[in-house]
Design a protein around this ligand. Sequence first.
Ligand code: S3P
Length: 445
Amino acid sequence: MQEGKSAALRIRPGQALRGTVAVPGDKSITHRALILTALAEGRSSLKGYCRGEDCLNTMRALQALGVRIDATDNELQVHGKGLWGLAEAGTVIDCGNSGTGIRLLTGLLAGQDFFTVLTGDGSIRRRPMGRIVKPLREMGAVIAGRKGGELAPLAVNGTRLRAITYASPVASAQVKSSLLLAALYAKGTTHLSEPRLSRDHTERLFEFFGLPVTRDGLMLTMEGRPSVGWTAAPELIVPGDLSAAAFFIVGATIVSGSDVTIRGVGVNPTRTGLLDVLQRMGADIQLGERREQAGEPVADIRIKSAPLRGVTIGPDLIPQTIDEFPILCVAAAVAEGRTVVSGAEELRVKESDRIAVMAAELRAMGARVEERADGITIEGLGQGGENGRLNATSGRSHGDHRVAMSLAIGGLTAECDSLIEDSACIETSFPDFLGSLMQLMTSGE
Ligand code: S3P
């Protein structure tokens, strides 16, 4: 197996996955921890942070806003500036490929007393920003952008905000978190609700730092402009990213003879839909050594290969499975029987249109797939109580890190080598994906 950065990733199948690995720190938590420690009083240490490009872009944004951050491979030292200590950036802030970065920073910057322009790569400039711009404007924010503020770049003219009561039409943690960060700077009490519970890392981290947020069912209440700031975290250990672990969880399940343990993975229930779905499909997944880090539940996850059967995934399960859709499609494609996913239209506005892209790429690998506006139906290739095999592919990532890694795992079930074109996007979230995969493939030799 070899890799050229933006060239193709070559996947050579034929080996079971065995042994123990760790995965990068959680990407969602790293963004939030960077922001909240930048606003804390004093110096924080973030250990095990995600070194993917998305989080590095948020780190660089905060540095551009005057926050000193010293980085080593495993630790960030963030010299917090206090709630009102950010300063105007001398340049446009480039969030790269990160929806979380641009949406959270826009909420944070709406209530400052300076001007900021935020942008990102081609994918980010196509993704919907109206979902944060509209409620932020209700809070008094002054934001301009392409198509009336629907699309980035966004120009944020910081101003004094007021609290609102807002019912978000989408279950989006990025919308919720953007508004919570704006609410910190707003006068009064903000009330926010969402149609289904999305990942709750922001709320947990606010609580960890003692910030005034409370939850009642799906309704959050947040007091704006706290009179005292919050103290830095001497040691905040970021849990491993379940969304990165997902590739090895599915890989170990569908490549026979595998037995993998992934250490220190975040198992926040708003994120673990993949584990529930795979277990319903027949997967052999055990959680051990449960503990807590930075207000988040963490466990070691052990996975042994097992035959899978198709499953139905309805709208209720989508928020906690949202980023695992591409790899779940791979699991469904080799399972026995039909898998139906519905209520998942949000997947069309991710780093790529993940419904269209996975349907096209899996079809090219011999899977039987029907695409629908809000989901997908996959007739799995498994038979007689055994998982099926995909055909070797020359697949395309479409610039989407999770698609690239999913196709790589799918390729492990094929009879000969696969190539995944345009694999550099893996850097976004999991720079050492290939190294970890190779480690698991050679442990059993
Ligand atoms: C994220 C929220 C989700 C998820 C994304 C990370 C976050 O997006 O898909 O990868 O860190 O808040 P939405 O809020 O758009 O659902």
